[in-house]
Design a protein around this ligand. Structure first.
Ligand code: RAT
Ligand code: ZN
Length: 434
């Protein structure tokens, strides 16, 4: 006899996960589901272990994260020049002393370090870093990576790979050992934003390009992208763009974008990630910490989504003022996927606001967060913060739905969380097909 299992249409559910939840049960089920679902981290600056020194991890790197350097200069009389002349461990000591000993670490970035220390049962209020340093020194990287991912509840992270960075180029050309937890991304800032300074690197590798991106340049950039696609097997191509980005507009960058990059993305079936709103180096003295934010004209995005309906755009915007427009455009264009609360947006109060708005306007058709981690262990606190912030937001959405007349089950919640933190990324990046 053939036995079939069917979900009952009537009010009597057949398993406990299909039972309609009471209002009071919703928050704990949402918590459980968020805790037990492994997320995909769609944008980081992490590297798989085989990239050697390019991959940053450990306490000195955690403390010298540029988000903390920015805060350090606000609370210390050390000048940037003095700071840059110190060794990495001296810099870390100075930041620990200033932000964690002489001040209470209540900012988002400082609390992050505390959460990482706690995750490894290390002292969070010690006078110095001796114990933390000796702990990290004892770790074997591959085993440490597995442990960190497990604590963070992340199954896969997407790196940021710059084919024009000399160190990275060398690593790729020597052959990178694939890692099941890391995937590549072809980052194009140097090509799309700084062509005059970088076309020569392509030319030196035998691509027939010139400073004006004329003649064969467009076709040759496509050949370059296809060669790097072969080498990296990236999940998408990506560029971060200034607040002044406009499309259409006569510029070398836009020519390369529309005639080389977007056609290559179509041909290779890759999305293009646009991260819009950076004001680069408003204070160069503090280096990586010296970038700021500006409100962008998202009509550029509208024009791209409409003009190139066969391209998929993964988009994050840096200005709080652009977040609502991004949701509106996502309602207009199904080839637009908003993702993450990027950089200056990644603070609980703003994440909360943005995520509520996205749920209200887009349901589950967006990717709520990425970590942007630069240092391995940061995925621990960044993803724990995401779960903590998201839990009441989702619970509230289900409570409202219940009040409006439709109950939810654990299965519904699991389906939604899986879509938000896994399936949207998997389908946009063709993850299961690569
Ligand atoms: O958030 C950051 O660490 C920034 O410095 C940027 O790297 C940004 O995330 C980017 O990818 O451009
Ligand atoms: Zn980033």
């Amino acid at each position: 006899m053939k036995v079939t299992f069917m979900k009952q249409a009537g009010p009597r559910p057949e398993s406990s996960t299909a039972e309609v939840l009471e209002t009071g049960q919703i928050p704990s089920v949402v918590n459980d589901v968020l805790e037990s679902t492994e997320f995909i981290d769609v944008h980081t600056h992490l590297f798989a272990p085989s990239f050697g020194k390019l991959g940053l991890w450990g306490i000195d790197e955690l403390l010298t994260y540029h988000y903390l350097e920015a805060e350090f200069f606000r609370s210390s009389s050390t000048t940037p020049d003095e700071y840059w002349s110190l060794s990495k461990s001296e810099q870390a000591d100075a930041i620990w002393q200033t932000l964690f000993v002489e001040n209470t670490p209540i900012s988002e970035a400082t609390r992050g370090v505390i959460a990482v220390l706690k995750a490894f049962a290390l002292p969070t209020d010690g006078p110095d870093l001796t114990e933390a340093r000796s702990f990290f020194k004892r770790q074997e990287l591959e085993a440490h990576v597995q442990r960190v991912f497990e604590i963070a509840g992340v199954s896969l992270v997407v790196m940021t790979n710059d084919p024009l960075d000399s160190e990275e180029m060398a690593a790729w050309k020597n052959g990178i050992q694939e890692h099941p937890r890391f995937r590549a991304v072809l980052r194009l800032d140097k090509i799309l934003r700084h062509w005059p300074a970088h076309w020569g690197v392509l030319a030196a590798q035998g691509y027939k390009v010139d400073a004006q991106a004329s003649g064969k340049s467009v076709a040759e950039v496509q050949r370059f992208l296809s060669d790097w696609h072969e080498r990296m097997r990236p999940m998408y191509m990506a560029v971060s763009l200034p607040d002044t980005f406009l499309y259409p507009e006569e510029s070398l960058g836009n020519k390369l974008l529309s005639e080389a990059v977007l056609p290559s993305c179509r041909e290779l079936d890759l999305p293009l990630s646009l991260m819009i709103g950076v004001r680069s180096q408003v204070n160069p003295a503090i280096r990586l910490a010296g970038d700021a934010v500006g409100r962008a004209d998202l009509r550029a995005l509208e024009n791209l989504c409409r003009t190139f309906p066969k391209n998929r755009f993964l988009v994050s915007v840096l200005s709080r003022e652009n977040q609502h427009e991004l949701c509106v455009y996502a309602r207009k264009f199904s080839n637009l996927m908003p993702f993450g609360c990027w950089w200056f947006m990644n603070n609980p109060s703003i994440v909360e606001e943005i995520t509520r708005e996205r749920i209200e306007m887009l349901g589950t058709s967006f990717i709520p967060q990425h970590s942007d981690a630069r240092i391995l262990e940061q995925v621990i606190y960044k993803w724990s913060n995401t779960r903590r912030t998201l839990a009441p937001i989702l619970a509230n959405a289900y409570r409202l739905l219940r009040e409006d007349g439709r109950g939810v089950t654990r299965d519904d919640i699991q389906r939604d969380v899986t879509r938000l933190f896994r399936t949207n990324a998997e389908s946009w990046m063709n993850l299961n097909g690569r």
